[in-house]
Design a protein around this ligand. Structure first.
Ligand SMILES: [Fe+2]
Ligand SMILES: [Fe+2]
Length: 265
């Protein structure tokens, strides 16, 4: 886990980078929207628990949080949700109903603090409207991104992620080739169903985001990207016809372990 940084005057990023052996790094970002009713978007990875809580407390008093918005119930987004709910005693948990019910099989989610959202539903955070929007790519049926009416940013959950050669904090620092290759590979791996979708049909789902025209994309798995939404959508449009991503198999694992042993000698 790394030091939080301000991406916009009212938006802080709580960043981490998860190493993917043999491939590079995947950003794992949570966000604090410093709205009149402050919002935490996702809760980091459980493996970073202590660091995550410190990072959160360094940008907002958890007691001031009014909303904890889970973009979906995958563990890289829900890693510290129980701890955050404990300290953020004035916050409600905004999530898709299926995400809440699935989490309830693992721990007792306080249902009287929950707010169920479907794509298209909105909440008010005092000085802005936050609207749930299903991103064009997702690896989990409970996924709801957020369109923030004040910052005009789209918090896109896993969509627009990329496996990058090294950790990065600004999309402008990325080589175009690394971004394109990293994003197409990630989207194919994370949303393999896209290869079963007609490109023309998939393009219609991209129109939803073109219509919203967010000025900034805040992906959980990429540094923030400003003013390049059209370029990112062009990249996504190529994914259905790209070569499907082959996840590493046992041969790859043995090579990784042998390299590690070699490095330890
Ligand atoms: Fe996910
Ligand atoms: Fe994720």
């Amino acid at each position: 886990m790394e030091k939080p940084y301000q991406a916009m005057p009212d938006i802080e990023i709580l960043p981490a980078h998860f190493p993917i052996p043999g491939m590079g790094f995947l950003a794992v970002n949570a966000f604090v929207i410093k709205a009149r009713e402050p919002v935490l978007v996702d809760t980091g990875m459980g493996i970073d628990s202590d660091e995550f809580m410190k990072a959160l407390e360094s940008v907002v008093d958890p007691k001031d949080l009014k909303w904890i918005w889970l973009t979906h119930d995958d563990v890289d987004h829900t890693g510290n949700v129980q701890k955050v709910l404990e300290v953020a005693s004035n916050a409600r948990l905004a999530a898709n109903s299926l995400a809440v019910l699935r989490m309830s099989t693992a721990w007792p989610v306080p249902m009287d603090r929950v707010y169920w959202l479907n794509s298209g539903d909105s909440i008010s955070a005092g000085d802005r409207k936050l609207t749930a929007v299903r991103p064009p790519m997702f690896d989990n049926p409970t996924t709801i991104g957020i369109y923030d009416s004040k910052s005009e940013a789209f918090f896109s959950a896993d969509c627009f992620g990329a496996i990058l050669p090294s950790p990065a904090y600004h999309a402008d620092d990325l080589a175009e080739g690394d971004l394109a290759q990293g994003m197409i590979g990630w989207e194919s791996a994370d949303s393999p169903w896209v290869h079963m979708v007609k490109p023309s049909e998939f393009n219609k789902t991209l129109d939803r985001i073109r219509h919203i025209a967010p000025k900034v994309i805040f992906s959980a798995h990429l540094p923030p990207v400003r003013g390049k939404t059209d370029r990112l959508l062009e990249l996504l449009a190529t994914v259905p016809t790209s070569t499907p991503f082959a996840t590493p198999n046992q041969t790859a694992l043995e090579k990784i372990l042998a390299e590690k042993r070699g490095g330890a000698d």
